[in-house]
Design a binder for this molecule. Structure first.
Ligand code: M6R
Length: 612
C-alpha cells in the first residue's frame, strides 16, 4: 500500500515528512510527494516520480520548503499510471486543499462527472483528486473545514485513510480512517499521523490506532478524535516498544505471515469496487458483451501460483460458462505454436505484471490476433500496459517471495469474471448467481474465521515439520488447491512435495506411500467428498499419516476416516478454494518456521522472475 505521514508542530515539517516517508520505503512505491502550509498561508506542493531521493534532491532534503505543518505520501499506483501528476498530495483547483489518500474511492467516476459539470478541471487520472476537488466544492458552500470533510465522507464510497490540509486553517491537519490503516502519534508540542508506525518511531512511540469511521483534528497542542457520527470521543494511547524491523512487519515476525493475515482486507479491496446492487460489474473493462459471446476459445496463461489460479479458473469457468477453457504455463505457451486467433480470449494472470515468460506469451498471443485480458496486481506494469484489457487485483504490495494475498485476490477476480461472463452468456442460473454474490461479500469475514484458528495449524506443524516428502491429494477444485498448497510448502520449507489428482494415485504415485508418509487430503468439494474419503482410506491402508481439510458441515463425517481434520466455513463451491488456501499457507509458513528457513526470501528464488 501507499504510505502516509503528517506532521504539525514547531519544527520545519518537510525534513520530518521526508524522513518518515523514507521509513515506509520498504512497502514499495513509485512516486512521492509532500505538501506544507507556508508562513504566507499557501500550500507548497512538491511531487516527484521515482525514488524518494528525487524528491529529497528537489527540496534539498526538505530545507527549501518552509512551514511547520504538512503531509507526505509515497504512492503505489492504483488509478492512473505512476507519474508525478498522479502522485499525492492532490490539490483542489483553487489551491485551498491538499489531500493524501490510501485506499480506493469506488464511486469516483460519478463524482468526477458531477464536478466536471460544475466547471471543475481535473489534473490527474486518480480517484483521490475527487476528494480534494469535492472538499473545495463543499467548502465554497459552507466555509467550514470540518463540515466540508463530513460532507465529503457522506458522498464518497470505498476505503480510505486520509490526511487533509486546508490553506484557510493553517494550524491543523484533519485525518480520517475507513477500512485502511491510520494512526495518530503524540509528541511534546507536536503531533503526527501515519499509515504505519514505522514512520514515527524516531519521533514518538505514543500512538492511537484509529478505528473505522473515525476522524481526528490535529494541531501542535491537541488531538481531538471523533466517531463516525462526528461526536468527540476519548481513546486510550498505546506505547509501541517494537524495534524497527518488527514495526515494518506490523509486529509479525515475517512479511509472509503479515500478508497472510492481510488477506481479508486485500479481498475487500479486490471485491468491493466490483459490487453494485448485488451484481458484479467491471466498469473499466473494455470487453463488450458481444465480444464475450463471439469468442470460440478461452485460454488462461500464467506462471507459478498465478498458474494455479488459472487451473482453478479452468474448473470454475468451464462449469459456469459451459465452454472449454484451456490453461497453460506461460513458459510452454510461448513455444508451442499456440492455436489462438482473433476469436480467442487469452487471460494472463500475474502479480508483478513483469514475469518475462508471461510477458512473452502475451506478445505471442497478440501477434496471433487474440484479445488479451490481464489480471495484474502492479498498476502500470508491463503486462498491464501490454494487454487490451486489464483488471487490477488491489492486493497492495506483496513483499514476501511466496505469494499469498496476491493469489487470493487473483482468485477472487477470476471468480467474479466467471459471474460476469456467465451472466452475459446466460449460462449461470440467477439463484446461483445471487447466492455466489452473497457469499463473495461474506468471504473476507469467513477468511478471518479461518485465520483465527492459526494456532491449531502451528501446533500441527510443530509435530510434523520433519517429513522429507509430503503429498497433497484432492479432486477437481481440491486438486487445483493442492497444487498451490504444495508449491507453498516446497518453496519456503524446502520439503519435497507433490500435488496429485487423487484419481491418479493408482496410476503410479501410490507406490510411494509407506509407513509415515505425510498426506494432506483435501476434501472441501462436497460433490466429490465420498471419493475423497475413499482415497484417504487407500493411502492410510499403506501406512500414510493423513491431515484432512474439509468444510465445517462435513467435519464429523471426515472424522470417521481421519482423526486430524482442519475445517473451513461452508460456502458455495466456487469459493471453497479461496478459504481452503489459507490453512495451507499457514501450514507451509509454520513448517518453514520450525525448520529455521529464511521464509521471506527463500533460497534461489526472486519475487519477480524477469529472466527466462
Ligand atoms: O508475478 P507473477 O504472478 O507473474 O509471478 C508468477 C510466479 O513467479 C509466482 O507466482 C511464484 O510462483 C511465487 N513465488 C509463488 O509463491
Amino acid at each position: 500500500m501507499c504510505g502516509i505521514v503528517g506532521f504539525v508542530g514547531q519544527k520545519q515539517a518537510a525534513p520530518i515528512l521526508l524522513d518518515g516517508l523514507s521509513r515506509l520505503e520498504y512497502r514499495g512505491y513509485d512516486s512521492a510527494g509532500i505538501a506544507v502550509i507556508t508562513p504566507e498561508h499557501t500550500i507548497d506542493l512538491r511531487k516527484a516520480e521515482g525514488r524518494l531521493k528525487v524528491l529529497n534532491d528537489m527540496t534539498d532534503g526538505g530545507n527549501n520548503v518552509h512551514g511547520c505543518i504538512g503531509i507526505g505520501h509515497t504512492r503505489w499506483a492504483t488509478h492512473g499510471v505512476p507519474n508525478s501528476t498522479n502522485s499525492h498530495p492532490h490539490m483542489s483547483e483553487g489551491g485551498k486543499f491538499a489531500v493524501i489518500h490510501n485506499g480506493i474511492v469506488e464511486n469516483y467516476i460519478e463524482i468526477k462527472d458531477f464536478l466536471i459539470k460544475q466547471g471543475v478541471h481535473f489534473q490527474s487520472e486518480t480517484d483521490t483528486e475527487v476528494i480534494a476537488q469535492l472538499l473545495e466544492f463543499y467548502y465554497n458552500e459552507c466555509h467550514d473545514f470540518f463540515e466540508s470533510v463530513g460532507r465529503v465522507l457522506r458522498r464518497i464510497r470505498g476505503a480510505y485513510a486520509l490526511g487533509i490540509l486546508c490553506a484557510d486553517c493553517t494550524d491543523r491537519i484533519i485525518a480520517v480512517r475507513k477500512d485502511t490503516p491510520l494512526l495518530l502519534g503524540f509528541g511534546e508540542g507536536e503531533n503526527y499521523i501515519a499509515s504505519d508506525v514505522t514512520a514515527l518511531l524516531p519521533y514518538t512511540r505514543d500512538v492511537v490506532y484509529m478505528d473505522d469511521g473515525e476522524m481526528a483534528i490535529l494541531t501542535k497542542d491537541s488531538v481531538q478524535i471523533f466517531d463516525a457520527m462526528q461526536q468527540p470521543i476519548e481513546k486510550a494511547h498505546q506505547h509501541i516498544d517494537w524495534d524497527l524491523s518488527a514495526a515494518e512487519k506490523g509486529g509479525y515476525p515475517h512479511f509472509m505471515l503479515k500478508e497472510i493475515f492481510e488477506q481479508p482486507d486485500a479481498l475487500r479491496h479486490a471485491i468491493s469496487p466490483h459490487l453494485r446492487d448485488d451484481r458484479v460489474v467491471f466498469d473499466d473493462m473494455k470487453l463488450k458483451p458481444e465480444q464475450i459471446k463471439d469468442f470460440t476459445r478461452l485460454v488462461i496463461v500464467a506462471c507459478g501460483s498465478s498458474y494455479h489460479v488459472g487451473v482453478l479458473g479452468k474448473y470454475t469457468l468451464e462449469r459456469t460458462l459451459r465452454r472449454s477453457v484451456e490453461v497453460q504455463l506461460a513458459s510452454e505457451f510461448r513455444y508451442c505454436d499456440p492455436i489462438v486467433d482473433d476469436k480467442t480470449l487469452v487471460i494472463f494472470i500475474s502479480q508483478s505484471g513483469e514475469t518475462l515468460d508471461t510477458m512473452e506469451a502475451l506478445k505471442e498471443a497478440k501477434k496471433r490476433g487474440a484479445y488479451t485480458l490481464s489480471i495484474v496486481n502492479v498498476v502500470g506494469s508491463s503486462i498491464a500496459r501490454g494487454s487490451d484489457d486489464v483488471i487490477y487485483t488491489w492486493a497492495g504490495p506483496e513483499i514476501a517471495v511466496a505469494t499469498t494475498k496476491a493469489y487470493s485476490t487473483q482468485l477472487a477476480v477470476v471468480n467474479m469474471l466467471a459471474l460476469v461472463f456467465g451472466e452475459v452468456l446466460g449460462t449461470i442460473d440467477p439463484t446461483e448467481y445471487a447466492q455466489t454474490v452473497s457469499e463473495l461479500k461474506k468471504l473476507p469475514e469467513k477468511m478471518e474465521s479461518v485465520l483465527s484458528h492459526h494456532e491449531d495449524i502451528q501446533k500441527y506443524a510443530a509435530q510434523h515439520f520433519n517429513h522429507n516428502s509430503v503429498f497433497f491429494i484432492g479432486r477437481n477444485l481440491d486438486y487445483a488447491l493442492g497444487l498451490e498448497g504444495s508449491l507453498k510448502l516446497k518453496e519456503i520449507s524446502y520439503i519435497h512435495s507433490e500435488a496429485y489428482a487423487s484419481g491418479e494415485l493408482k496410476h503410479g504415485t501410490i507406490s510411494l506411500m509407506e509407513e509415515g508418509t505425510l498426506v494432506i487430503a483435501l476434501g472441501t468439494y462436497g460433490k466429490l467428498f465420498e471419493k475423497a474419503q475413499s482415497n484417504i482410506v487407500e493411502v492410510k491402508a499403506r501406512g500414510a499419516e493423513v491431515l484432512a481439510l474439509t468444510t465445517e458441515s462435513r467435519r464429523e463425517e471426515m472424522r470417521k476416516t481421519v482423526s486430524t481434520v482442519l475445517t473451513i466455513p461452508d460456502t458455495v463451491d466456487m469459493l471453497l478454494p479461496n478459504l481452503g488456501v489459507v490453512p495451507l499457507q499457514l501450514l507451509a509458513y509454520y513448517v518453514a518456521l520450525q525448520r529455521g528457513c529464511d521464509i521471506d526470501k527463500p533460497r534461489n528464488l526472486a519475487k519477480s522472475v524477469t529472466v527466462e
